[in-house]
Write a protein that binds this ligand. Structure first.
Ligand code: GLU
Length: 418
């Protein structure tokens, strides 16, 4: 994250705008400007060489007005409190938009997980969970995967928490491996949701799906699953990137071959090549001529400095917070549609909700069932955001915030919270 953008201020400024359109007084929404709880923990870990290192960990609960806090845990060297606060607030809004009965939370550890062995990662995860155990739980705050974490990490979390409690508590975390209470369809859920959002917006724009060009920034869980599903729908993925830079092929990249290459742990795009593909930088990737651009990496990628270079017709946000407020304004003026993160990447938390429901019921669903319910959630959320944005003549992001803020404020009022 570049230091000059504070993602929490980004969140506040859009929320203030939404509050104004809803005609709210400061009293109606001031509480939503502050996270309910912020926790910072020290996570001591014995490294493989015997040295004890202490990592910094955070967990923020932005809101529990609509239900338990919900949101992922990020392992990344740039994690900091402002970022975690913003990510937690976005979760409150995302859960309201996709209509799952949760508030919002997020956690993170300042660490580059690629530099740790599996054993060190496991011990770090257990140390962090011990630190935040007093504030998490199936009915308090439910973590999930995010950047730098995966189903295996969630497996360690469920074990550490259950061990501390002395009882099996599968509902304390989602995104778990299937044999320990994970849900069918959860691993691909965020990408599948991005796919539904992409299809829905193309339909509104009257653009056919088949052969339409797509550029994807980021080849983590969201980027790879999105690429796979869009390629299956015969969209033409002409550029993808990761931390090592990007690849561009105007005739369409060989997505199955790229995914196969990346399926080996530690492999990145720099060691992949294919005929007709040329290497590009991340800056060039964002400025590629394409119909759809999907930023699926980190926040603050499309900014006031490069928004004028974007040549896409529509941006579908796979990452959280990839577009700054300044960039949003430039894009809107240029007529470039943005399907906002809190809508387009909500498929992950939607299936997290399904996983949690299955855990609490101890009754498990088929993948077909999960995917059908996800489609339903994504398409109804999309329609709601689309129609309010057109009714109020605002961007899709502002429209999404209108829906979410109204639900959160209403829940607070009905509970008698200030
Ligand atoms: N980390 C994901 C997100 O940003 C998923 C959160 C969850 O499933 O709770 O939406």
């Amino acid at each position: 994250m570049e230091k000059k953008y504070n993602p929490y201020e980004n969140f506040l400024s859009i929320m203030e705008r939404a509050a104004g359109i809803l005609g709210y007084e400061k009293n109606d929404y001031i509480a939503v400007c502050y996270p309910e709880r912020e926790m910072k923990v020290a996570c001591p870990v014995k490294m493989d060489n015997g040295e004890v290192r202490v990592f910094e960990g955070f967990r923020v609960q932005h809101s529990t007005a609509r239900g338990p806090a919900k949101g992922g845990i990020r392992y990344h060297h740039n994690v900091n409190m402002d970022e975690v606060k913003a990510l937690a607030a976005w979760m409150s809004f995302k859960c309201a938009i996709v209509d799952v009965p949760y508030g919002g939370g997020k956690g993170g550890i300042v660490v580059d997980p690629s530099k740790l062995s599996d054993g060190e990662l496991e011990r770090l995860t257990r140390s962090f969970i011990t630190g935040i155990a007093p504030i998490i739980g199936p009915l308090k705050d439910v973590p999930a995967p995010d950047v730098g974490t995966n189903a295996q990490v969630m497996g360690w979390i469920v074990d550490q928490y259950s061990t501390l409690k002395g009882e099996t508590q599968l509902g304390v975390v989602t995104g778990k491996p299937i044999p320990v209470g994970g849900s069918q369809g959860r691993n691909a859920a965020t990408g599948r949701g991005v796919m539904f959002a992409t299809m829905a917006v193309l339909e509104k724009m009257g653009i056919p799906v088949e052969g339409t060009t797509v550029v994807i920034q980021g080849m983590g869980n969201v980027g790879t699953q999105t690429a796979r599903l869009l390629a299956e729908h015969k969209m033409k993925i002409i550029a993808v990137s990761d931390v090592t830079g990007g690849l561009y092929n105007p005739d369409g990249l060989n997505i199955p071959a790229i995914l196969e290459h990346l399926s080996v742990r530690g492999r990145l795009l720099d060691t992949y090549s294919e005929e007709g593909a040329q290497r590009i930088t991340n800056a060039q990737l964002l400025a590629t001529e394409t119909t759809v651009l999907i930023p699926a990496a980190l926040e603050n990628q499309i900014t006031g400095d490069n928004a004028a270079d974007v040549k896409a017709k529509v941006i579908v946000e796979g990452a959280n917070g990839p577009t700054t407020v300044e960039a949003d304004e430039i894009l809107a003026k240029r007529g470039i549609l943005v399907v906002p993160d809190v809508l387009s990447n909500a498929g992950g938390v939607a299936v997290s909700y399904f996983e949690w429901v299955q855990n609490l019921q101890n009754y498990y669903w088929t993948e077909e069932d999960v995917n059908a319910k996800l489609k339903d959630k994504m398409l109804s959320a999309f329609e709601a955001v689309w129609s309010i944005s057109h009714e109020k003549n605002v961007t899709l992001r502002t429209g999404a915030y209108l829906i979410a803020l109204k639900k959160i404020v209403e829940a607070r009022k009905l509970r008698g919270m200030n």
